[in-house]
Design a protein around this ligand. Structure first.
Ligand SMILES: Cc1ncc(COP(=O)(O)O)c(C=O)c1O
Ligand SMILES: [Zn+2]
Length: 377
């Protein structure tokens, strides 16, 4: 019987489902879950509380699911902010309503469910803060021990959130990449599983549910554009994978154009698109800490998604991000963290270049809650 497998995103080599398999043994590229029969894949058991039509997932046993009621987040119209931009059809999907306050929870739910199914009882993760908090929470719920490596410069509230769930918290000096390196070293020294949410193919299986929810909320008239803050691209790639499955199943005709937004100080995706000579410098800093990723391992996949949906990558400056954070709070009552506000600064830039027109329908995920990333007084 054909089986669900892990496939290399580059050379298409395949591997059995395994928690430790993060990169292709042949070419070292990241892996993705592939179901037998592609779009006709049979949806198996679903996490408790996930509403809407069932989606293909790699989990075989209902008892494996670890869930905190993630997903099914509301979509609201942003008429005041839309008016500022001259955009009549602007919607936000309030991802900060997820159980740990960010979009990460669908991805974590599936990654930790898979860990439980495969009998893993201790994991290591590195994060700019939100994924670490999410994994710490779901690890607590499932009885899995978590080590979270996080930059010492991460917002205090995110570090506190990781700690309060009881995860062993390792603060690492230096840039975001130093936390990844320390986590990998810790894994090999202690023979532990590296549950990197950026590399894990299961995390993307969770984030793809975002597309299924959008499809259920918008029906056949999907938004024409989705604008997202992108660091490693887990939501960006997951959304595309979800829409692709829906398209192959004949349930979606045209995919939205997916536009990634980055910070001017850290913009590997934008540089690759615009063929700008750019390399991450040691001093490159932005207030949008969630997208401060100089060399994302899934960069080629992000580029593939944006090209195939005819998206445009844009970079935005910190003052514009702060301006939009304030505008969203003051005009709409939506308090998001700076990383999330970057998407709105990106929308403004995309309207200026004409990539998005005034009559278009736009959806933005508001990815993280404002209180998670507050500058010290
Ligand atoms: C609030 C927020 N938005 C967006 C992102 C970007 O997500 P990704 O790195 O998966 O592209 C992050 C990542 O940490 C985040 O914390
Ligand atoms: Zn390969």
């Amino acid at each position: 019987m054909p089986q669900t497998l892990l496939k290399c995103t580059r050379c298409r080599a395949s591997y059995p489902l395994d928690m430790a398999a993060l990169r292709c043994g042949e070419c070292k590229s990241p892996l993705i879950v592939e179901y037998p029969l592609g779009g006709q894949a049979r949806a198996g058991p679903q996490p408790p509380g996930w509403v809407g039509s069932p989606i293909p997932l790699p989990i075989r046993y209902p008892s494996s699911f670890v869930s905190l009621g993630e997903g099914n987040t509301p979509c609201v119209a942003l008429s005041a902010v839309g008016e500022i931009l001259g955009l009549a059809k602007l919607h936000a999907k309030l991802e900060f309503i997820n159980p740990t306050g960010s979009f990460k929870d669908r991805g974590t739910a599936i990654m930790l469910s898979m860990a439980k199914e495969l009998g893993v009882d201790e994991i290591v993760e590195d994060s700019s803060g939100n994924a670490g908090a999410s994994i710490a929470a779901y690890a607590a719920r499932s009885g899995i021990k978590a080590h979270i490596f996080v930059p010492a410069s991460a917002p205090a509230a995110k570090i506190q959130q990781i700690r309060v769930y009881g995860a062993e918290t390792h603060l690492i000096e230096g840039p975001r990449e130093a936390a990844s390196q320390a986590a990998e070293e810790f894994c090999s020294e202690n023979s532990l599983v590296y549950a990197s949410h950026n590399l894990s193919p299961y995390f993307i299986e969770g984030t793809k549910a975002f597309a299924y929810e959008v499809s259920a909320q918008f029906g056949p008239d999907l938004p024409q554009h989705m604008v997202m803050p992108v660091g490693n691209g887990s939501l960006f790639i997951g959304t595309w994978k979800g829409f692709q499955e829906l398209q192959m199943a004949g349930r979606v005709a045209t995919l939205p154009r997916l536009h990634p937004v980055q910070a001017e100080a850290v913009m590997p995706i934008v540089a690759a698109c615009q063929e700008i000579d750019w390399a991450p410098g040691p001093g490159a800093r932005t207030i949008a800490g969630g997208i401060s990723v100089g060399d994302p391992p899934r960069k080629q996949e992000v580029l593939h998604v944006l090209r195939s949906t005819q998206g445009t990558a844009v970079a935005v400056a910190d003052p514009a991000i702060l301006r939009w954070q304030r505008l969203l709070a003051e005009r709409e009552g939506v308090y998001c963290e700076p990383t999330s506000a970057a998407a709105f600064a990106g929308l403004e830039a995309l309207m200026e270049t004409g990539a998005i027109q005034k009559g278009d329908t736009v959806l933005i995920p508001v990815t993280g809650f404002g209180l998670k990333d507050v500058p010290p007084l």
